[in-house]
Design a protein around this ligand. Structure first.
Ligand code: DAT
Length: 174
């Protein structure tokens, strides 16, 4: 069955703006936005509990099973702070959001992160962990790094991706 739209992965360290970007893109293009963290919570897709970080451990296989039909239909925007466990074939394009360390630190503090959780997430950004993971998991020509420091950059990213989606639809659906 042909896809009715492209599948897009938005990834990056928590706090870089994936949710804001994904929801706005969905509103402007009609694609469906799926937040993997929320999906896991809603359907209880966990395989245990991490005592150190006080959070549930995602059951990656169950998440993949749950998303498979969505991805086959196409037109999905997936938001998650990791990317190596999704099948490579799912995505037409991958965006890795990046934020300056000091800005990110403040955003995550405002979200209520502190201590080790805050430090580890900022370090994840400093070491470009998710960018490297994306480059290792997908063809380099579909992985794009996006700066997400200011509202202007957010708007610029939205506009560029909306144009990319329109072009994809022209090339594949007409
Ligand atoms: P994520 O889904 O990656 O965790 P988010 O969309 O929830 O991130 O954004 C975290 C906070 O940062 C939220 O208050 C919105 C703000 N934010 C995100 N991207 C931004 C940007 N480019 N400029 C200014 N603020 C931004």
């Amino acid at each position: 069955m042909a896809k009715h739209g492209p599948n897009i992965l938005l990834t990056g360290t928590p706090g870089t703006g994936k949710t804001t970007l994904g929801q706005e893109l969905a509103e402007r293009t009609g694609l469906s936005y799926i937040n993997v963290g929320d999906l896991a919570k809603e359907k209880n897709l966990y395989e245990g509990y991490d005592e150190e970080y006080n959070c549930n451990i995602l059951d990656e296989d169950q998440v993949v099973d749950e998303l498979e039909d969505h991805m086959e239909n196409g037109g999905r925007i997936i938001d998650y702070h990791g990317c190596e466990f999704f099948p490579e074939r799912w995505f037409d394009i991958v965006f890795v959001l990046r934020t300056d360390n000091t800005l990110l630190y403040t955003r995550l503090q405002e979200r209520g992160y502190s201590g080790k959780k805050l430090e580890d997430n900022v370090q994840c950004e400093i070491f470009q962990t998710i960018l490297e993971e994306a480059k290792d998991s997908y063809k380099p020509d579909i992985v794009h790094e996006l700066q997400s420091n200011t509202p202007e950059e957010m708007e610029d990213n939205i506009e560029k991706i909306v144009l990319w989606i329109e072009k994809w639809k022209q090339d594949h659906l007409s």
